[in-house]
Every structure is written in structure tokens, then in C-alpha cells.
Ligand binder design. Structure first.
Ligand SMILES: CC(=O)SCCNC(=O)CCNC(=O)[C@H](O)C(C)(C)COP(=O)(O)OP(=O)(O)OC[C@H]1O[C@@H](n2cnc3c(N)ncnc32)[C@H](O)[C@@H]1OP(=O)(O)O
Ligand SMILES: CC(C)C(=O)C(=O)O
Length: 565
């Protein structure tokens, strides 16, 4: 790269619209959308769509709800021509959908284009020619008056030919190509020439492209506001924009242009198109949606739409693509997961959407919450707890989350890869001995005391190493009684610090899960977890689980003492 890029590149000269109003405008409704997937998108593919893929794309666009679809460049090739004929001859175009076709301002191509539309109910003929200085001078070798004469001649020809096919309802679209790099007066003159040649008062779309994006989006917005002012009082003129994405700001250009007064937006699904692509219509439409504006396009099953587009274009959509990528609803980082989990926990059906880090409810686009949180080495307890709760119904108390996360982190540091909900549950089962702690055969006998001092006696068979010990204890409840029994039988002193319990599942399959934080032998503070269909058994298992973990810690510290010695 150059140390002095100014020697090679020139900054975009601001147009200096001092009384601009667009920055204060607020979007309140969706624009008219035109999909150019079958034209600008198609012309940029490594392998342009064949007939079958074109038909699939057309049907998809209709299903999504596009009312204006640019179906191709019929003079460019036989496939394009045949595709258009198929749509018309087989009456595949719904009554509320208007097709658009594109042609350069060249006599023989205009003729074939109008010919290709014979029998169409309604059609937009899209004529374009470049108006910016470099194109005028280098590509066409034309002066400004010569460019205007070309427009006048070409649009005049379109008018004559379309007048001769009165069974079709015709609209002209004129695009001053590379509008964004042209002098505004020249673009205006080009548009006025097209209007006059078509017939003042007849419906016309003036389509203003950033054929190659060259400025920050505010520059484009100034240009659009300048143009819109000139057409403000002409109801038959629709001002359209056609942004590309060379600077990565196609979406912003479209949105600012709408704020600046444009009525219509052209683009492609997921931003396919020349070079860095056309404007991504899905992006702009869903940006409106999350502002509470109906976009008039339906992306309820965005994954199916994406798969169909990937098939037609033979190009993948990036996993981080706005709204549609595989990873865009997934949080890996701990603090994000924590915030999402907390917000989901208090959210009620019908609430306004206010989930941190998730600008849209994935369910509105047919995505599930399953992939919202994924756990890797960047994650914290919130994400881990969310997965265990959403997939296994485990509602860990906060201090247990902190404790178990240390185990998760140790495993993660070694494995270095993502842990699924199933991996986490397997780890949880192992850590708290959920499979190994056996059901304790027990009986609880309530003793009637003098009112305030009622107590219970618990008798049970405790699996202890290879033997089964008969234990008995008395306390103010089954947990207390069991702790007394354990102290007598095993010598371990246990004090319960905290206790949580809830049900998992419902009906006959319901299980109780108990989480007990305990102090064992005045040495270890830790949790035990027990799951059992019986509430008391779940608690007793939790105590055994905690005691087993404390004894394992004793054993491993004894081992390291031996090694150290
Ligand atoms: C910004 C855009 O996306 S514009 C859309 C561009 N899309 C396409 O080009 C896809 C389909 N195109 C094609 O199949 C072919 O290019 C065709 C059939 C249209 C024309 O093919 P060819 O006649 O071989 O010409 P070629 O492709 O080389 O185009 C260049 C010629 O067209 C002229 N031209 C380019 N754009 C225009 C225009 N809008 N109006 C009039 N003439 C134009 C050029 O000046 C050049 O003319 P020259 O040969 O006299 O110097
Ligand atoms: C609108 C047309 C001419 C176009 O595709 C462009 O300028 O990018």
C-alpha cells in the first residue's frame, strides 16, 4: 500500500447541501421493493442461473411478497429471453406482481427487449446509460449533449415500440448509471430528458444508483434529497435507489436515501450482486421490522429462504450475515450470555422485545432459541446455566453455578473446544454423582411431641463402600435426621448452609431435584445434588452427593500430601 495514498486517490467532494432535512427524518413505512436478484444478482454469478434456478428464484421472490421483480436482461442471451417468455406464456406472474426487464440504450437491444415482453399484462422497461464523467469520456466518448441525445433517442424508441403493444400496461424506468459519481445537474438533465421523451405525466421510475459506492452514505443522502426536491410535485415520478456495497455501507446508503425522500429500493436477497454486492434487501426490510414497521416482505422462515437462495446463486451466505447467518443469534461470551439469560427469565408473553444482545426475536424468523447460547472458553456461568436449564430443566442456584463453572472451565481449558448442552449435562452428572448415588431405602416416622418440638425419626439402609449400613437418626425433619444418622454412622459432621429444590417435568414423569450447599467436617463448603421422583429421596441423595465429593477432596489432598512428602 502507498504511504501517501492521496497521490493516487481523491476524496469524494461533498455536495454541500446546506439546508438538508434528511438527518431528522424518521422512517415510518416500508418503501416499494424491487428485487434484482434475477438481473443484477444473476449477472454477477460465477455461473449464471439456468432456467430451473431462475424459476425457483422467481417463485421464491413471489412467496416472500415482492410486487416488482426485475426478471432479467432478455436481449443478453437466449436463456434470459426464454425465461421471460416462459413466465408470460405459462402465466406464472401473479396479477399483483409487475415484472421489470433491463436494456442498455442500444437500438437493436431495445427492440428485442420490447419484443420479449409481448403479451405481458404489465411491465417496467428499464433503460440505462452511464452519465458520470469517466464513463462519458472513456467508455462512450460522448459529450453531455450527445449523452442527452442518446437518452432522448432510446426512450423515444421505447415509447414507439410500447405504444404499438397497447395490451400491456407500460412503465418506464430510467437509470442514470453511476449517478453517485456524476454532476447532479447532468443526472437531473438526463432524468428530465427521459421524462420528456417518455411523455410528461406518464408513469416513470427514476432509479438513482451507487453503481460503485464512492462516498459515505450521508453524501449519497444529500444527492438523493437534492434530486427528490426537483420531483417533489410530480406524482407520476417514483424516485428509486439502487445502492451497491463497495464501501460496505449499502444498507446505510439505502436507509439514508429513504430518509432523504426516495420511494423505492432495488436490491438482492442477502446482498448478492456485482463485486461486493447489491444492497441487501433482507437487511433493510428487517431493520424496519425491528423498528416496529411492517416491511411487507415475509421472512418468517429465513433459513428456508437462505437455503433456496444459496441453491439458486450457488454462493454461501456468511455465518455472520445480518439476520440470516448461522451464528447471528448465538452468544459465546460470558457477559452476553448472562444478560440474555436474565432477560429471558423475566420476559412474559406479549412484552415488548428487550433482550440484550438480540435485536430481534429469532422465533420471528423461524429460528429457535437453541443456538442462542453456546459455551466455549469465552463463556461464563450464565451461558452454562442457560443451556442446562433450557435443555434439561436444571435451575441451578447462583452459588452452584459458580461452583460448577470451575469444573466446566477446567474441562474447557483442556479440550479447548465448544461444549454442547449434552456435554455439560454429562459433566454435571459426573461431578455430582447423579448416576452413582444410589437410592437410599428409608422410612420416616413422625413423632408427636409437645407441639413446638415435633421431630422425625429416619431409618434407612446406607450404601457405604462395599457394605450397606443400617442408620438411624432423629431431627426436626428428614434432612436433619439423616445428617444425625450419618454423623453417628460415618463420623462426618455436615451442616446445611442452603437448600433449593424444584420439579423437572410434569405428571407421572416428574422428578424432584434438590441442591444442598453444605459444610462438611468444617473443612469443605460445597454442593450436593440429588434427583429422584421422591422429594425426600432427592434431598437425601443430595447430601450423599455432597459428602462423596467432600471425601473425594479429602482423598485427593491426602494423595498430594503423600506425593509432596
Ligand atoms: C451497472 C450495470 O449493472 S449495467 C448492466 C450490465 N449487464 C450486463 O452487461 C449483462 C448482460 N450483458 C450482455 O450480455 C452483453 O454485454 C450485451 C449483450 C448487453 C452487449 O454485448 P456486446 O454487444 O458484446 O457489448 P459489450 O458487452 O462489450 O458492451 C460494451 C458496449 O456497449 C456499450 N454500452 C455499455 N453500456 C451501454 C448503455 N447503457 N447504453 C448503450 N450502450 C452501452 C459500450 O459503450 C460498448 O460499446 P462499443 O462496443 O461500441 O464500444
Ligand atoms: C441501475 C443499473 C444501471 C445498475 O445496475 C447500476 O448502476 O448498478
Amino acid at each position: 500500500m502507498l504511504k501517501q495514498p492521496q497521490a493516487k486517490y481523491r476524496a469524494f467532494a461533498p455536495i454541500g447541501l446546506k439546508d438538508r432535512t434528511w438527518p431528522d427524518a424518521v422512517l415510518t413505512k416500508a418503501p416499494i421493493w424491487l428485487s434484482t436478484d434475477l438481473r443484477d444478482g444473476n449477472q454477477a454469478l460465477i455461473e449464471p442461473m439456468d432456467l430451473d434456478r431462475k424459476l425457483r428464484m422467481f417463485d421464491l421472490l413471489v412467496r416472500i411478497g415482492f410486487k416488482e421483480i426485475e426478471v432479467g436482461f432478455p436481449a443478453a442471451s437466449q436463456v434470459e429471453f426464454d425465461f421471460l417468455r416462459k413466465l408470460i406464456d405459462e402465466e406464472r406472474i401473479p396479477d399483483d406482481v409487475t415484472i421489470q426487464v433491463m436494456t442498455p440504450a442500444r437500438e437493436e437491444l431495445i427492440e428485442r427487449t420490447i419484443e420479449s415482453l409481448r403479451g405481458a399484462r404489465k411491465a417496467i422497461v428499464h433503460v440505462y446509460n452511464a452519465v458520470a464523467p469517466v464513463w462519458r469520456e472513456v467508455v462512450f466518448g460522448m459529450t453531455v449533449p450527445e449523452v442527452m441525445a442518446l437518452i432522448d433517442r432510446s426512450v423515444g424508441q421505447v415509447k414507439r415500440l410500447t405504444d404499438a403493444q397497447p395490451q400491456t400496461e407500460w412503465v418506464l424506468q430510467y437509470s442514470p448509471e453511476v449517478f453517485c459519481m456524476a454532476e447532479l445537474e447532468v443526472s437531473l438533465q438526463a432524468c428530465e430528458t427521459a421524462i420528456m421523451a417518455w411523455g410528461a405525466g406518464r408513469p416513470i421510475i427514476l432509479n438513482l444508483p451507487t453503481t460503485v459506492e464512492v462516498s459515505t452514505p450521508n453524501g449519497f443522502a444529500d444527492q438523493i434529497e437534492w434530486m427528490c426536491r426537483r420531483f417533489a410535485d410530480r406524482p407520476h415520478v417514483v424516485v428509486s435507489v439502487h445502492p451497491h456495497n463497495d464501501r460496505g455501507t449499502g444498507t446505510a446508503s439505502a436507509e439514508f436515501a429513504l430518509m432523504a425522500g426516495a420511494h423505492r429500493v432495488e436490491g438482492c436477497l442477502f446482498g448478492n450482486g456485482e463485486r461486493t454486492g447489491n444492497l441487501d434487501i433482507v437487511n433493510v426490510a428487517l431493520n424496519l421490522y425491528v423498528q416496529g414497521i411492517t416491511p411487507n416482505l415475509d421472512f418468517s422462515d429465513i433459513d428456508a429462504i437462505r437455503a433456496e437462495v444459496e441453491h439458486c446463486n450457488q454462493l454461501p451466505v456468511h455465518p455472520r450475515h445480518p439476520y440470516a447467518g448461522d451464528l447471528v443469534y448465538t452468544s459465546f461470551s460470558g457477559s452476553h450470555q448472562d444478560a440474555i439469560k436474565k432477560a429471558f427469565a423475566i420476559r412474559k408473553e406479549g412484552d415488548v422485545w428487550a433482550i440484550p444482545y438480540l435485536p430481534i426475536d429469532p422465533k420471528d424468523l423461524g429460528r429457535s432459541y437453541e443456538a442462542v447460547i453456546r459455551v466455549n472458553s469465552q463463556s461464563g456461568k450464565g451461558g452454562m446455566a442457560y443451556l442446562l436449564e433450557s435443555e434439561y430443566g436444571i435451575e441451578m442456584p447462583r452459588r452452584l453455578q459458580i461452583e460448577f463453572m470451575q469444573t466446566v472451565q477446567r474441562v474447557m481449558d483442556v479440550a479447548g473446544k465448544e461444549l454442547s448442552a449434552a456435554d455439560l449435562y454429562a459433566l454435571f452428572e459426573r461431578e455430582y454423582g447423579l448416576k452413582t448415588v444410589q437410592t437410599l431405602q428409608h422410612r420416616v416416622i413422625e413423632e408427636q411431641g409437645d407441639g413446638a418440638s415435633a421431630s422425625v425419626v429416619l431409618r434407612g439402609d446406607l450404601p457405604w463402600g462395599d457394605e450397606i449400613r443400617r442408620v438411624e437418626g432423629r431431627g426436626n425433619g428428614p434432612i436433619d435426621a439423616f445428617i444425625q444418622a450419618l454423623a453417628e454412622s460415618t463420623g462426618h459432621a455436615i451442616r446445611v448452609i442452603d437448600y433449593h429444590q424444584h420439579a423437572i417435568g410434569a405428571g407421572a414423569d416428574a422428578q424432584a431435584v434438590a441442591y444442598l450447599e453444605m459444610r462438611v467436617d468444617d473443612r469443605h463448603t460445597l454442593f450436593g445434588v440429588g434427583i429422584d421422583p421422591n422429594i425426600v429421596s432427592a434431598s437425601l441423595k443430595a447430601i450423599v452427593s455432597g459428602l462423596a465429593r467432600a471425601r473425594a477432596r479429602n482423598a485427593s489432598s491426602a494423595q498430594s500430601d503423600t506425593v509432596a512428602a
